[in-house]
Design a protein around this ligand. Structure first.
Ligand code: ADP
Length: 393
């Protein structure tokens, strides 16, 4: 399988904004990403000409797509593991492979595997009945955190349980609805970090600076690169940890290791084996973006350098506002007039309150003033309103 100019063809399963931005990076490498999307109006499907329509849960659709690609990779974790294993058994190249990817698909498998490698994770246990949660809370203290083992994203599938009474009601409800469930210790953290790395089949690895991710209502709203005030020692430890995880799990492509920073070090929360929201800053803020790096890795090209292009980089997610003001192009007009350095990325998605519509990145010398500007820019792009008393001139 090759492109008109003889290049291998990368196929991405899933047509969301991650595929859209991967396609953008693919163009510079002489590629056009081939995308398997579920609908014509998906974020990537509206910008790449090379779209196949089909469901990622349909093995026939996946197989037909794989036949037209040199290598398959993913914009999300939702392809069933048995389909991935079937494709691999038939000889198709899948990056990351099913053995690695299952650690990003199943929180219980991930926690169990990392704990077996002596990597710090919150104490956890699988849940089949309410009594197990009550016993876990009695042992580790309340609150505890219940999680859907599979299928959660953006905090959907995570429940904070404050007391045995609260746990009894909710856990019974969740188990009754058939949710595969685990419970874990509530981690007292200083903040959340993300260590992003890439690994190629050849075995080369590269790490970006460790970033701070700021969450609101379970959704990442802001990323600060590098994480302000993080000691060199802890930053290097987190990078080494992420590379070790990539190696031990055999990841090919980019890997985001979401971390909790505690008073004693870092604890792993979550793994994502695809471009990740905590790496969007790298498009404008690093020598090589996570999207280009992911392509280089799955094509087994040498990886690119990862150093930041400014002392401080802030990425703000643009979330849809309720009753937004001004058309999107008017918002951009005002934003660019106020912040000529802002780099804006829209995902081509219809506006809905709380929906991730795009992101804005700013580069500067000092984190604090830059952060205030990026927050303002992201809020304005989402709502079309400046805060009270703020003048745009
Ligand atoms: P998702 O896969 O839906 O993104 P996560 O497991 O990453 O879910 O959890 C979402 C958010 O919930 C985290 O970013 C963090 O803020 C909070 N959280 C998750 N697990 C814990 C925990 N054990 N202790 C404290 N906070 C947690």
């Amino acid at each position: 399988m090759s492109s008109p100019i003889g290049l291998p063809v990368v196929g991405m399963v899933g047509g969301g904004q991650l595929a859209r931005m991967t396609h953008q990076a693919a163009i510079a490498l002489g590629q056009s990403l081939r995308v398997l999307a579920v609908a014509e109006d998906e974020s990537a499907a509206v910008v790449t000409p090379d779209v196949r329509l089909g469901k990622h849960t349909d093995l026939e659709a996946l197989r037909a797509f794989a036949q037209e690609c040199t290598v398959l990779t993913f914009d999300h974790e939702h392809v069933p593991g048995e389909h991935l294993r079937a494709l691999e058994a038939e000889g198709y190249t899948v990056c990351p492979g099913s053995n690695a990817l299952r650690h990003a698909q199943d929180k219980l498998v991930m926690r169990t595997e990392l704990a077996a490698h002596d990597i710090a994770v919150p104490a956890f246990t699988e849940v089949h009945e309410v009594g197990e949660v009550l016993a876990f809370g009695a042992e580790h203290g309340w609150p505890v955190v219940a999680k859907a083992i599979r299928g959660g994203y953006d905090g959907r599938g995570v429940w904070l349980l404050g007391s045995p009474e609260e746990a009894s009601v909710l856990v019974r409800e969740l188990l009754g609805a058939g949710t595969p469930l685990m419970v874990e210790q509530h981690v007292e953290m200083r903040r959340e970090l993300s260590a992003m790395v890439a690994r190629s089949p050849f075995g080369q690895a590269a790490a970006w600076p460790v970033v701070e991710t700021v969450q609101r209502d379970g959704i990442c709203v802001e990323v600060l690169a590098p994480a302000p005030g993080l000691s060199e020692q802890l930053a290097a430890d987190a990078q080494r940890l992420a590379i070790r995880i990539a190696e031990e799990l055999g990841v090919v492509g980019v890997l985001a290791v979401e971390l909790f920073e505690t008073n004693t070090g870092v604890v792993v929360n979550e793994l994502a084996m695809r471009p990740h929201n905590s790496g969007h800053w790298s498009i404008d803020g690093a020598r090589t973006s996570q999207f280009e790096q992911h392509l280089r890795a799955v094509l087994d090209y040498p990886l690119g350098r990862t150093e930041p292009l400014a002392p401080a980089v802030v990425m703000g997610n643009v979330l849809g506002g309720t009753e937004p003001n001004l058309r999107i192009d008017e918002r951009m007009h005002h934003l660019f007039a106020r912040f000529p350095g802002a780099k804006v990325h829209w995902y081509g998605k219809a506006e809905r309150p709380g929906r991730k519509l795009g992101h804005v990145t700013m580069l500067g010398e000092r984190m604090n003033p830059l952060r205030a500007e990026a927050e303002l820019a992201a809020a304005f792009l989402g709502t079309g309103r400046w805060p009270d008393g703020f003048s745009i001139h």
